[in-house]
Structures are given as C-alpha cells and as structure tokens.
Design a binder for this molecule. Structure first.
Ligand code: KG4
Ligand code: ZN
Length: 338
C-alpha cells in the first residue's frame, strides 16, 4: 500500500491531502484565502504566502488525522514545486523538505499544471492515457497531450489572459465580486446569450488561446466604445445576465473548438477536463455534447479536484514515484514550469 501526503501552496489555497495508491483520497483539506484577497479583486502574493505559513502546519496535522494515519505510515511527501507565486511555493517546498527530513521519507516536487492535467484520473479504475487534457483555471488555459504521467506535452496555451482570469475580470467589470467564475456562471444561466455577440479569438495556426480581446469587448459593451467607466448603471439585472451568457458562450465556443481541433490533429480520442473553470456548467454540457457526437471519451475531473487541491499533487506524486522519480533536498521552487 502506498500512502502519499500531498502539499499545495502555489497560489491562494493552502491544501494538504493523503492519497492511497494514487486514487483513493483519504483526506483532502483546503484552507481558502478568498476573504483575504476579495477586497483587492485579486491575489496579493505577500498576503498569500504569509497565510500559507500560518495555516499549513495545522492543516497537514488535520489531513493526517482525518486520513487516520501517522507520519510513520506515510510512504512519501509530494509537494507543488512549480509553477506559481514564488513566495507561496517556497512555503510548501520548505515544509515538505523539513517533514521529509524529520520523518525520514522520500520527497517529490510536482508540477501544478501537470497535476491539473491528470486530475481527472483520480477515482478512475483505469489509467486513461493516452489522452488530451484541457486545463482551464485562473492562471492557465492549456491543452496537453498526456501519453503517460512522465510524458506530458504542451500543445497550446493562452497567449494572454487565462479563461478563469477572463471570468474574474468580467465579474469585476460587472461588479459581481471575486472570484468571478461561479457568479458569472449562475448569472449566465438566467441570461439570453443571443442579445449580444462577443468575438471568438483563436490566434495562430496552432492550438493557442487568447481571451484579452474578449474581456475588452465586454468592457466597451458595458461602458460604450473606448470607455472604461460610467456605463454599468444603465444596465438592468437582466442585461447583466445577458452579458454573462454571451461572454460564457464566447469562452466555451473557443475552448470546445480548440479541444476538437486537438482531437483531429492528434487522433487521440480521450479528453480530460480539469482546473477551476471545469466547474463551469456551460463548458461541461457543451463539451459533453460535442464529445458524444464526435466519438470522444470525456472524463471531467470531480468537483473536489477541479480547483487547487493537494489530492491531485499526491496522486501525480504517487505515479511519478512509481516511475522511480524522487527529489533531493536541493529541490527548488520555480515560478515557471521549467
Ligand atoms: O484552478 P483554480 O483554483 O486556480 C488556479 O490554479 O488558477 O481556478 C480558479 C478559477 C477562478 O478564476 C474562478 O473564477 C474560476 O476558476 N471558476 C469558474 C467557475 N468556478 C471557478 N469559472 C467559470 N465558471 C465556474 N463555475
Ligand atoms: Zn490551479
């Protein structure tokens, strides 16, 4: 039996989990910092790392207790070491090193985005590779070809804003609060997507994404061409719902189209969906519909493993350890993927 402690501190969620055999989640705890950053409209890195420092130790103890394991029962520690906010990553990596040393356990650094890319496999009774994986989160919008846990190739990524970031920025334009994804999603369900049409941008000949033009189109639609303030007061609640619906349609159209292009280009007919935006109701239903029609097997990550969590870090860590991978105490945290 393999028991891995996972630690995640790359952005604004402090998380710890214990996972057995890479797929049975024994505990999965998240201390969110939403309230801390809400009034700033985005994550403040210094506040985030300080909050990780304050919460992580107790959260790890709780994750072990809930999983009914002691440090001695653990086989290894997996920690997010890249990419993310460097001060935040350092808190998790330093904790993992200290515990690995104190408890005499192996340790492995895990790529946060690769963990999102493989998170749909948690709780599956088989390994779904080879698969395409669409990771849509607040910081990333990327399409990967996952041939195996240690063979994950980037096919395309956003050249500007991430999809979740676009949701957050549109929520901020409409003064709907932060994080914006869930509220824009629910307002969109009450809206008419046909009243406005926002642009769909698919840059280049590859599989890249771009959402900043769409965000600007929403801004000018709300305030008037070339204007950045003054127009919101004129919109009724129904107008706001309609903007949310039209914006969601535009984002989802692009995400679905690029995924289907990836299927055509690679011939791979399994698609995984992960990251915080995977919770979006329109994206889930549209992707399911297109996959059904195109003979593509879709695995959507379970909600608990969509937003940042440590179970996905422990699960990928387990699979990499099985391949003989492990890190030493000079493991570095890195803001980028390399
Ligand atoms: O994966 P995640 O926790 O953060 C990163 O690693 O970046 O994803 C958070 C993002 C936020 O931008 C949030 O607005 C978005 O996911 N999100 C959604 C929904 N739920 C969360 N976006 C659209 N629809 C949702 N239902
Ligand atoms: Zn994430």
């Amino acid at each position: 039996m393999s028991l891995i402690l996972g630690i995640e501190t790359s952005c604004d969620e402090t998380a710890a989990a214990v996972v057995e055999e890479g797929r049975t989640v024994r505990s999965n705890l998240i201390a969110t910092q939403y309230d801390l950053h809400a009034k700033y409209g985005g994550v403040v890195p210094e506040l985030a790392s300080r909050a990780h420092l304050e919460q992580l130790d107790a959260l790890i103890q709780e994750a072990l207790a809930e999983a009914r394991v002691t440090p001695a029962d653990l086989d290894a520690i997996a920690v997010t070491s890249r990419p993310g906010l460097i001060g935040c990553l350092l808190i998790g990596v330093t904790a993992a090193k200290a515990l690995a040393w104190a408890w005499g356990k192996p340790m492995i650094g895990v790529d946060h985005i690769e963990a999102h890319a493989t998170s749909a496999a948690i709780a599956l009774d088989h390994r779904p590779w080879p698969a395409l994986s669409l990771v849509v989160s607040g910081g990333h919008t990327s399409l990967f070809l996952v041939r195996d846990v240690d063979d994950i190739r980037l096919l395309g990524a956003t050249v500007d804003d991430a999809a979740g970031e676009a949701f957050d920025k549109v929520a901020s334009i409409l003064k709907l609060g932060y994080p914006g994804g869930p509220v824009v999603d629910s307002r969109a369900r009450a809206g008419d997507p046909g009243r406005v049409r926002f642009p769909r941008s698919m840059p280049g000949d590859g599989l890249d994404f771009s959402f900043s033009g769409l965000k600007t189109a929403v801004l000018y639609h709300v305030h008037g061409p070339g204007r950045t303030t003054g127009g919101l007061e004129r919109l009724t609640a129904q107008d706001v719902n309609d903007v949310c619906a039209a914006f969601s349609e535009a984002v989802v159209d692009v995400l679905v189209e690029r995924s289907m292009q990836a299927v055509d280009r690679t011939g791979v007919t399994t698609l995984l969906l992960g990251g915080g935006v995977a919770a979006n109701s329109l994206l889930r239903s549209r992707l399911a519909e297109r996959c059904r029609g195109g003979g593509v097997k879709l695995h959507v990550t379970l909600p608990a493993y969509c937003t940042d969590n440590a179970a996905m870090i422990a699960a990928l860590g387990h699979n990499l350890l099985l391949r003989g991978r492990r890190d030493r105490f000079h493991l570095a945290a890195s803001a980028s993927r390399t």
